[in-house]
Ligand binder design. Structure first.
Ligand SMILES: Nc1ncnc2c1ncn2[C@@H]1O[C@H](COP(=O)(O)OP(=O)(O)OP(=O)(O)O)[C@@H](O)[C@H]1O
Length: 491
């Protein structure tokens, strides 16, 4: 293999340009101070400082494709952060003229083989778009932003617009998984919940759980996108698509929930009390848009409403400082991809095994169960740090620590503390509040002690009856460039 740097002499009009790829990034030297000939099919392009001094840098991860068109045009397709690191990346087509085609072909081959090292180039996706997701914007987001980037990267897809509730679940259940490199959803978390539950219902769930999932934010709650891309980029379609084209399969734990005779799979959260009420009990406030959640939560905190229940859990760590230290330690460790793991389902057993029994089993004392019987304001188990924009409820959540983050706001918090805690959820600082209990657990069981109310599994309404949650390590995989969620806790 040729050694770095890979250098190519090219032209833009009368300007000579040197394209230098060093394994980390592509640098253009000698660019015209005017922007090069390009087209952008995403966002309007603002003035770019990236061209200052005739020099521009494009990171390896931002390079989608390099084509040689006609005899002398080298076309670079990139999704770059040209408008600033917190702005949505932009699809660009940069065109250069080359005089020595053979040389250009060699350069193209050298660069692309490095850009797609360990990643299949030209993936084939099953794409699901919920035309009603996110107040009806998902279809437009697909057509105007996502689809052109997939095409520019040479990816192909089989597209379905979901036509009814549970359509995504039916598709995932019946999908010929060997045909696709991943299943991609342009939606909120509701459709992803259906996809995961559809995959897990299959007789070949053992194989199906290996099919990676790609999330493009197109709903009103995009918890997975926010968790993968962080607060700044969680709603940015281009960044999400880049992660799907250039990401690898990251193993992600999945919560299995037993309730009555049923089993659900939950990848975001299982909520009881205030958080469930705000999620499911505010349909009549939909006209307020996203503000409905804040208005409802403030109202409930001021009313000091509490919810009687019994919570049992198997604690692993209950000290927030130690949880943070472990979080930071884990971030120092090298990333493990799904194709490098041997999870429990690869072994001999054909179905999910509940290590701690289901909800109807007696709690086994030797497992270390602890039981609290007191009213709470809310109790939430979760596997994602962000549950929506501006709501970093479980900052220590990581994709694959095999544990559930359990957060409890006990009764008697008081109105002022309640508001302080709520404000803290924007940055995740609420977990340090002395009225909040935040812990890492292996499993938990919640038994409501009143007649009726709301329990939410990933935003889905489930019966108001006891449920037990256990995390199954690495049961699904999600396409990710970083191999971890965006940083959600301070160092
Ligand atoms: N064509 C359709 N008609 C009605 N419901 C649908 C359709 N397609 C999908 N759904 C349902 O829409 C629900 C919400 O979908 P999605 O995940 O896209 O958004 P969300 O963020 O959860 O919520 P929101 O609808 O508020 O954006 C899912 O539970 C899914 O079953």
């Amino acid at each position: 293999m040729a050694s770095f740097p890979f250098v190519l002499q090219a032209h833009q009009g009368n300007h000579q340009v040197e394209l230098v790829y060093n394994g980390q990034q592509l640098e253009f030297d000698g660019l015209s101070l005017d922007e090069p000939k390009q087209s952008s099919s995403c966002l309007p392009c603002g003035p770019s400082s990236a061209f200052a001094g005739g020099h521009r840098i494009i990171k390896t991860v931002e390079i989608l494709n390099i084509d040689i068109e006609h005899e002398d045009s080298l076309v670079l397709s990139v999704a770059s952060a040209k408008n600033g690191p917190t702005k949505e990346s932009v699809l660009e087509r940069l065109v250069f003229q080359v005089r020595d085609k053979a040389n250009a072909v060699q350069w193209q081959s050298n660069v692309l083989s490095h850009v797609y090292k360990d990643i299949k180039k030209g993936r084939h996706f099953k794409v699901l778009v919920n035309p009603f997701g996110g107040q009806g914007h998902a279809k437009k987001l697909w057509e105007t932003i996502a689809e052109p980037i997939f095409k520019a990267a040479g990816c192909t897809y089989d597209l379905t617009y979901t036509t009814h509730r549970y359509h995504a679940k039916e598709i995932a259940r019946d999908l010929n998984i060997r045909l696709f490199d991943a299943v991609v959803s342009v939606s909120g978390d509701g459709v992803l919940h259906e996809v995961i539950n559809g995959l897990m219902e299959r007789p070949d769930a053992i194989a199906a759980h290996k099919l990676p999932i790609g999330a493009i934010p197109g709903g009103s709650g995009n918890a997975l996108s926010y968790s993968l891309l962080g607060e700044d980029h969680g709603s940015h379609v281009t960044n999400a698509v880049l992660g799907i084209i250039k990401g690898r399969a990251m193993p992600v734990d999945l919560c299995s929930v037993t309730q009555g005779q049923n089993r659900y799979f939950s990848f975001v959260l299982q909520s009881f009390g205030l958080v469930a009420d705000v999620d499911l009990g505010t349909e009549d406030m939909r006209w307020m848009g996203e503000a409905r959640f804040t208005v409802a939560a403030v109202g409930k905190l001021l009313s000091q409403q509490t919810y009687p229940c019994e919570i049992s859990y198997i604690p692993v760590e209950t000290n927030v400082d130690k949880i943070r230290a472990e979080y930071n330690y884990r971030r120092q460790q090298s990333v493990v991809w799904a194709d490098q793991t041997h999870d429990e389902l690869d072994q001999s057993h054909p179905t999910i095994v509940d290590r701690f029994g289901g909800v109807n089993a007696q709690l086994n004392k030797s497992d270390g169960w602890v039981t609290d019987s007191e009213d709470v304001i809310t109790a939430v188990g979760a596997k994602l740090p962000w549950i929506s924009k501006g709501m970093l409820l479980n900052p220590a959540s990581t994709p694959n620590d095999g544990l559930i983050d359990l957060i409890v706001f006990p009764k008697g918090t008081g109105r002022m503390n309640g508001i302080q805690i709520m404000l803290g959820t924007e940055t995740g600082e609420h977990i340090y509040h002395d009225k909040v209990r935040y812990m890492k657990v292996k499993a938990f069981r919640l038994t409501p002690k009143n007649e009726s109310g709301f329990i939410s599994m990933d935003g889905e309404h489930t019966p108001y009856s006891p449920y037990q949650v256990e995390a199954h390590p690495g049961l699904i995989s999600v396409l990710s460039i970083e191999g971890r969620y965006a940083r959600s806790m301070r160092e």
